[in-house]
Design a protein around this ligand. Structure first.
Ligand code: XIL
Length: 329
């Protein structure tokens, strides 16, 4: 195949990109079969303080572009501590309003939504507890978790609301949870990755219950270029254990630092991209890979040169990593 989009389709998954409404050059629909709005569907753009919608123009542009070009869309994101805008500090009812409004505006033109983003602590102690929106959760019986009858849990309750809206309106939109540093079973040095474990236990709890609240899990995959890093053999094993819960797995925000010190004109980076693609291809429930931007210069981590193209402003050149991904697909 000649494009990432076509090769991925052939292989049975989507290959997508983080997209901006002012950067929809031809390469977007040629090379990519899916888009995630990089910023245009975050609460700091979309949400009013009562959970209504505002400033939908950028998101509409992206959703219309995707529909015209037969691309999938992942909405990103509803419940998140960052870029929360007018939702910051709000209660579950307001979050629920926003969840319903966002789902209903685009309906089935958005095939996936990140309902909850980055819900787990970096220090490996499980859920974020002291930071809104997680402070909305309540451990009613004081047993240290928020999984019992009577407990409230912003993760569960947000997915419950989303699922209710999907079901009541006969939508097919799939509901995802998304996080970073959850990609490997282990962390560098070989210790168990407790953050991945916390995500796994939550997904297990809410998919093995009769409610089946979660349809998909995104591993952000903002990786560094150390070959002994998280891009190791246990990426595939970790994808597999989530897949075994019956959820789709996505590599949802992929970029891989190019280590300038090794002076290998991008070969190490290309090999790392290859490993990530291979790990996903090897698990049938791994249904998509999304890179977090088109060109290095336009990336949120521009100095790390982590993407598949150089150039910018619609004029893009393919890197070694691009050819490695195309070949591997
Ligand atoms: C980033 C965007 O790329 C930037 O443009 C913005 O300034 C900040 O957010 N995890 C996520 C994404 O879920 O939404 C973030 O995107 C990157 C980290």
């Amino acid at each position: 195949e000649t494009t990432l989009r076509a090769a991925a389709t052939q292989a049975g998954l989507f290959f997508g990109v983080a997209a901006n409404p002012n950067r929809l050059s031809g390469i977007v629909n040629q090379e990519f079969g899916q888009l995630t709005p990089e910023n245009a569907m975050k609460p700091d753009t979309l949400a009013t303080s009562s959970g209504g919608l505002q400033n939908t123009g950028g998101a509409d542009t992206l959703v219309n572009y995707a529909a015209q070009n037969n691309m999938l869309v992942k909405g990103h994101t509803m419940v998140w501590h960052s870029q929360a805008g007018a939702l910051q500090g709000s209660n579950q009812n307001t979050l629920n309003n926003f969840i319903g409004n966002a789902l209903l505006r685009w309906g089935n033109r958005v095939q996936y939504w990140d309902v909850v983003n980055e819900a787990f602590e970096d220090n490996n102690t499980g859920r974020r507890r002291t930071q809104w929106p997680h402070t909305i959760s309540r451990d009613a019986n004081g047993d240290g978790d928020v999984l019992d009858a009577g407990d409230t849990d912003v993760i569960r309750d947000s997915f419950r609301r989303a699922k209710q809206v999907v079901q009541q309106n006969n939508l097919t939109t799939k509901l995802c949870i998304n996080d970073y540093d959850v990609e490997g079973l282990t962390v560098q040095g070989g210790a168990r990755n407790n953050k991945a474990q916390a995500l796994y236990e939550t997904v297990r709890a809410y998919t093995q219950s009769s409610e089946k609240l979660i349809d998909c899990v995104g591993f952000q995959a903002h990786f560094n270029d150390n070959p002994n890093s998280i891009i190791s053999n246990d990426l595939q094993a970790n994808i597999q254990r989530f897949a075994d819960l019956g959820v789709e797995v996505h590599i949802s925000e992929l970029d891989i630092d190019d280590d300038l010190s090794n002076n290998d004109i991008g070969q190490g980076q290309a090999e790392n991209y290859r490993k990530v693609v291979r790990a996903c291809l090897n698990v049938s429930m791994c249904k998509g890979i999304t890179v977090w931007g088109i060109a290095d210069s336009e990336s949120w981590r521009a100095s790390e040169r982590g993407l598949l193209f150089t150039g910018g402003n619609g004029n893009y050149q393919k890197k070694a990593a691009y050819y490695a991904v195309l070949e591997e697909l």
